[in-house]
Design a protein around this ligand. Sequence first.
Ligand code: GLU
Length: 420
Amino acid sequence: MSQLFNEAKRRLKDAAKHLEVDPDLLEKLKYPKETLSASLLVRMDDGSRRSFKAWRCRYDDTRGPTKGGIRFHPNVNLDEVMTLAFWMAFKCAIVNLPFGGAKGGVAVDTSTLSKHEYERLARAYVKAFSGFIGPDRDIPAPDMYANEMVMGWMADEYSAIVGQPSPAVITGKPIELGGSLGRNDATGRGGYYVLRHLESVLGLSAEKTKVIVQGFGNVGFHVAHLLRNDGFKIVGLSDSRGAIYDPDGLDPLDVMQHKQDTGSVMGARTYGKAQELTNADLLEQECDVLIPAAMEHQITSENAPNVKAKVILELANGPISPGGDKNLYERGIVVIPDILANAGGVTVSYFEWVQNKAGFYWELEDIHARLRRRLEPEAIRLWNLSNEKGIDMRTSAYMMALERLNAAVAAHGTRAYFCS
Ligand code: GLU
């Protein structure tokens, strides 16, 4: 039941072994600070009422108000929400945002809802959690199957509850409602900046690099599009229905058009003869860079031995299991871990929150420049640390985040301070 959460904590322990971490911090990080579950009772279009299970978990607020998205997916459960909240705490720390980690979820297949039902569900979520979230307490954002309009409904509902416009309660809003320029493609763009920044140390060059992207939602589309514009060859893409693979390459813009027209990437036009594959098969095709941008646990000890990529850029949260990590590391495959690789989204969420609080809005160039400045130095530090210590980049990433969390805990005084 709590497999994902236990795995996440095991990774933390591995990282802590390489550092002098105050035991108080590890004790603090053992369990979430608070978790609320609710049942959201929503009026459906046919007049009936349906309840949906929902959660919000604030894992740790040592470094500031908690931050993290809300996921709408039929398989969402408490274990997943807690784990995602835990990862958010480390993600915010590694890029030095003044936030702790949180996450929310609703167990629903949004494709079965009408637009009206979806709006009612989003508003019901905010009603149920209005005392839990808040601009200086816990700030949600989009995650799987949520978009900016949903964030707009949620901000509106919260504002109605507190009796004044309160845009800083949620990020990822439409620009017209206090959203930030550059938030929409921020996660994909962040991964793109990280990969390009590490390109020379990884021995890659744009023109000679073949890329597979698993997952063609907001994140997968943007990273594929940005990389292709720079000359990378995109050879495979997938969505929840299946995958297409063409060694001669494809254009993500064409595939997106096809997906919008037909509902799937399958059958899209490519440069050569495209093969249609399952999602699992796509991960094992020939490429230099593999970008999982869908769900957790896609690469495990079972299929990791068949992965042919040299580099994996994790844009999904938790796509590789610990067993998968071990195999990839032993085979010299570099994994650029999620907590840094996909931190672009929450970084621009932070910029959105700052702009909402200041009531002053930045230009797109400014957002892009600030995003790069946040990610690139941490990416190279991470690479150097992992090489110096001779450990994988994931463990190194946890070490970097733990150091920041540790410094925050130490600033309140530790056992060593009080008992000396
Ligand atoms: N859901 C995104 C993530 O997993 C973004 C979170 C945010 O912007 O707060 O990083």
